[in-house]
Design a protein around this ligand. Structure first.
Ligand SMILES: *Cc1c(COP(=O)(O)O)cnc(C)c1O
Length: 355
């Protein structure tokens, strides 16, 4: 594939103090872009200086939200390599989201080659300090200037990158979440399994109310019976009950996380019994009351593993593992981040080296 590269003439200063890096506030010097036009397909893969887009005010993304995105990271190893964690899974999932949103499929190999080229061009932006990484945001938007409701005939596929700080600056502190009983995120038949903007716009209200009550996130229940556990904001959820690991099965309303999939593979390889099934929130509460709720943790690219220390459902407040990270959560975190930063051997062939 031929990727045209146009380098910036005005490189931006890189962050001086990497310990002050936040999440998603600053962007690298370049971005990858590719266009789609009906009848012509995807074309003109290029790397160009990072800059605002020019969009027609009638562009369909602005009106009907036809878009999909991904989230992944590049890691710098001690030896100075730059590597990705299962990136082919992200582009595969992007195409699953595309299919649901009536967006034409991308060539997953072209996307991965484009991403690698972009990282090479912006390699000095991958931060060095322990725990930092380069967050990668591929996304596709409908750009056809048209106000009738239908799928767009034109799209842009873009990849932007942002150096981000260590998620945990002082150890893995458990989060406080509550079970959302008023709002719902997704229903089977809807778009819950797709990474598409509307799902997150829909979740803002519940997230806002949680923040007001000093909770960091909500745990969503199924949209029909409000009975079964689904997931957290941008994380899948796992429970350890009486020695067994349980996580909600992927029935169409939950985002199929790559950290979720990797956690299940690791847990099974360590000999744990992992059940993927529907979990009534009542079962979690009963396990808690019986003293059998041993660990609860979220999985996602940003935090990798996020232990839940405090889970509230109605009047019931569950304090899990004395508000400390549990041994399984810690082991998963150590193993996964060890592989990502090249500290541990890549036993599952998950790493794709860029440089
Ligand atoms: C991205 C995301 C996840 C986690 O997926 P990973 O591939 O593990 O990062 C989980 N739930 C939702 C709603 C998400 O958007």
């Amino acid at each position: 594939m031929n990727i045209r590269v146009e380098l910036t003439k005005t490189p931006k200063p890189k962050p001086q103090d990497e310990s002050k890096l936040g999440f998603g506030d600053i962007f690298t010097d370049h971005m990858f872009i590719m266009n789609y036009t009906e009848g012509k397909g995807w074309y003109d893969a290029r790397i160009v200086p990072y800059a605002p887009l020019s969009l027609d005010p009638a562009a369909m993304i602005l009106h009907y939200g036809q878009e999909v995105f991904e989230g992944m990271k590049a890691y710098r190893t001690k030896e100075g390599h730059i590597q990705l964690f299962r990136p082919e899974q992200n582009f595969k999932r992007l195409n699953v989201s595309n299919e649901r949103l009536c967006i034409p499929a991308i060539d997953e190999n072209v996307a991965l080659e484009g991403l690698k080229e972009l990282i090479k061009v912006d390699q000095d932006w991958v931060p060095h300090q322990v725990g930092t990484s380069l967050y990668i945001r591929p996304f596709i938007i409908a750009t056809d200037p048209h106000l009738g409701v239908r799928a767009s005939h034109e799209y842009l596929f873009i990849i932007i990158c942002s150096p981000v700080g260590a998620y945990y600056k002082e150890g893995l502190n458990p989060v406080k979440i509550y079970v959302e009983t008023n709002y719902v995120r997704a229903v089977k038949g809807g778009t819950g399994f797709a990474k598409t903007g509307g799902n997150y716009a829909n979740g803002l209200k519940a997230q806002d109310e949680a923040k007001k009550q000093q909770y960091s996130q909500v745990l969503w229940l199924d949209g029909i019976e409000r009975k079964y556990v689904e997931e957290v904001g941008a994380m899948n959820i796992f429970f350890k009950i009486d020695g067994k690991i349980i996580t909600p099965s992927l029935l169409g309303s939950i985002l199929p996380g790559i950290t979720r999939m990797s956690s299940i593979e690791l847990l099974k390889s360590w000999g744990y019994e992992v059940e993927e099934r529907r979990i009534p929130i009542q079962e979690v509460a009963d396990a808690y009351k019986a003293g059998k709720l041993e660990e609860v943790f979220g999985t996602g690219t940003a935090a990798v593993i996020s232990p839940v220390g405090h889970l509230k459902w109605g009047d019931l407040v569950m304090d899990i593992n004395n508000n400390e990270i549990g041994p399984v959560s810690q082991r998963l975190y150590d193993e996964m981040t060890g592989i990502q930063w090249g500290i541990l051997p890549d036993t599952h062939n998950w790493i794709v080296r860029v440089l």
